[in-house]
Design a protein around this ligand. Sequence first.
Ligand code: MN
Length: 193
Amino acid sequence: MRFTQPKLPYTPDALAPVISQETIDYHYGKHEAAYIAKLNELIEGTPYAEMPLEEIIRLSEGALFNNASQAWNHIFYFFQFSPAGRREPEGELRKKIDEVFGSFDELKGKVREAGASLFGSGWVWLSTDEEGKLFLTQGANADNPLRHGLKPILTVDVWEHAYYLDYQNRRPAYIDAVWDIMDWEIIESRYAE
Ligand code: MN
């Protein structure tokens, strides 16, 4: 096994009620696990078997890209949450958010809008470039900003499997709720990297 699924840094019930244990059991336990298993299967015996995951995402197409990117996206998604982190950005990143979006509340509104208007499955991303500029983008299916020269720092999974057990068709309600589990110390350290 080339890539292994990292253990969550919290218990499966720790994000409830924003994300229930049942959703974690399926989303992390089944969906993420399946993307990583499929990725390992697809790279076996190919030149991709020696590459870092980011490199596979940049270079591959089709099923390999989909599974590599979904593996990365889900690990990135689950590791930005914590049951007791800081819920607001501070410092340099806060300054940038205020500059680009007007305020933290306006950023939340834009994330809701981007997620609600994304047709079908995909992701909403907050990313940065080499100069520290911020970009809010939508990505369909397995898309990842790494494909577009950006470095992601925050994401919201808006595939139905991410919210349907807890919110049914209310995607905007799920998007609004994730701010209650988002750990800004983690987002800021990604931004500063
Ligand atoms: Mn997902």
